[in-house]
Design a protein around this ligand. Structure first.
Ligand code: FES
Ligand code: FES
Length: 155
């Protein structure tokens, strides 16, 4: 399986979820397990640049695909612009939902689905935040959208 540009060879039972493969077998614990049943969005990652819920995705189905996780967002020591915006906007409290929010938000910026607050809210409706940081999350997304749309596409 290719994760964040790196090939990993692991043997898994067919029933293992992508989420468990990432966290338990590859020690990529940035992707969080909230509900483990597809309702919270904490486990959002990309498979071939499409947002998926890792808890509902079988790892074996990703064998010939590119998986991207929050660990791959930064460019070495440089945070992704949206990660910086989250810090500047205080877009989290406990932080448990944050990696999923980031993966979802970067994707929606790339998709061009961040033109209004309503659109941002709609396209991120699968990412729940128990701390209700939604206004600050939307502000961070707006900052990146308004600053330089080109940077929003950086993975
Ligand atoms: S852990 Fe996957 S949606 Fe909640
Ligand atoms: S910051 Fe706590 S759940 Fe979102």
């Amino acid at each position: 399986m290719k994760v964040n540009g790196e090939i990993h060879e692991i043997e898994l039972e067919p029933r293992v979820s992508l989420l468990d493969a990432l966290r338990e077998h590859l020690s990529l614990t940035g992707t969080k397990k909230g509900c483990d049943q597809g309702t919270c969005g904490a486990c959002t990652v990309w498979v071939d640049d499409r947002r998926v819920l890792a808890c509902l995705t079988l790892a074996v189905a990703c064998e010939d695909h590119e998986v991207s996780t929050v660990e791959g967002l930064a460019d070495g020591g440089d945070l992704h612009p949206l990660q910086s915006a989250f810090i500047e906007r205080d877009a989290f409290q406990c932080g448990y939902c944050t990696s999923g929010q980031l993966m979802s938000a970067v994707a929606l910026l790339k998709e061009g689905n961040a033109t209004t607050d309503e659109e941002i809210a709609e396209h991120m409706s699968g990412n729940l935040c128990r701390c209700a940081a939604y206004p600050n999350i939307r502000a961070a997304v707006r900052d990146i959208r308004d600053a330089d749309p080109a940077t929003s596409g950086r993975a």
